[in-house]
Write a protein that binds this ligand. Structure first.
Ligand SMILES: Nc1nc2c(ncn2[C@@H]2O[C@H](COP(=O)(O)OP(=O)(O)OP(=O)(O)O)[C@@H](O)[C@H]2O)c(=O)[nH]1
Ligand SMILES: [Mg+2]
Length: 240
């Protein structure tokens, strides 16, 4: 059993590394949104896309066990989206995302967003080649979820505390939820947002903009280094 799990994960990691290398070569910033069902991943993606689509090209991969509802919701915003149905599977994997990249052909220096299957456990173990996992926790789920499902919050670099527009009607303690998340992962960057009202979105969008900039700089450094290398080789050939 342990051997099978190791084999599956190591195969997945090979696909994921290839995806990440491809994203880096093309200056693309890739994010993997993970959460329990219904915490607001698709609503957040639609809001994020509406606020960013005039500034950057965006492609989306949607993972669900069944239906293409979420891809249709994304396409309604005007950006391209591909739905993957995992059937009995509880998460996307690196191989599936590699195929999606081939189908979508995302533009250079664009934003690539992956919505994983709604599940707070399985997607934590699978690298898809993203630059960051973004965990979404909504205020109707309870403050204790980071402690009960620590792997997901440990694997993520960012947490979006969503549906904060509902806080006045709930007994949810947002400070306690954040403290619990930081107990599991002290480096977790947290933004409080409402995907429906748009509250708090500017911090999240600023974080994405910084990630896009970093990917673009990395790409231009690589291209400059390659140009210098080609020029050097040409000089050496001319000297012979
Ligand atoms: N009040 C409020 N409702 C929200 C917010 N974000 C999402 N919702 C609602 O939460 C429900 C689920 O949202 P989805 O975006 O479909 O959630 P999801 O995480 O994509 O769900 P799955 O793909 O099924 O895992 C919908 O009824 C949304 O309208 C929010 O910020 N505030
Ligand atoms: Mg969804």
């Amino acid at each position: 059993m342990v051997q099978i799990e190791q084999d599956i994960l190591s195969k997945n990691n090979t696909y994921a590394a290839a995806n990440r290398q491809w994203f880096d070569e093309h200056g693309i910033f890739a994010l993997n949104l993970v959460s329990s069902p219904g915490s607001g991943k698709t609503t957040l993606l639609c809001k994020t896309i509406d606020m960013l689509k005039d500034k950057v090209a965006i492609s989306v991969v949607e993972g669900d066990q069944q239906t293409s509802n979420d891809a249709e919701r994304i396409r309604a915003t005007g950006v391209q989206a591909l739905q993957i149905n995992t059937g009995k599977g509880c998460h996307l994997d690196g191989h599936m995302v590699g195929h999606a990249v081939q189908r979508l052909q995302p533009a250079d220096e664009s934003l690539f967003l992956i919505e994983n299957v709604g599940n707070l456990v399985c997607p934590a173990a699978f690298d898809l080649g993203e630059h960051h996992k973004v965990a979404i926790l909504s205020v109707t789920e309870g403050e204790d979820k980071p402690l009960k499902y620590p792997d997901m919050f440990a694997a993520a670099d960012v947490m979006l505390l969503n549906k904060v527009d509902l806080l006045p009607y709930l007994e949810f303690d947002a400070d306690l939820a954040e403290a619990n998340a930081h107990r599991v992962n002290p480096d977790l960057v947290i933004f409080r947002v409402s995907a429906t009202s748009g509250e708090g979105m500017s911090g999240w969008l600023g974080w994405i903009a910084a990630g896009l900039d970093a990917q673009r700089s990395l790409r231009s450094e690589t291209v400059d280094a390659l140009k210098r290398r080609v020029a050097e080789l040409e000089r050496q050939l001319a000297a012979k």
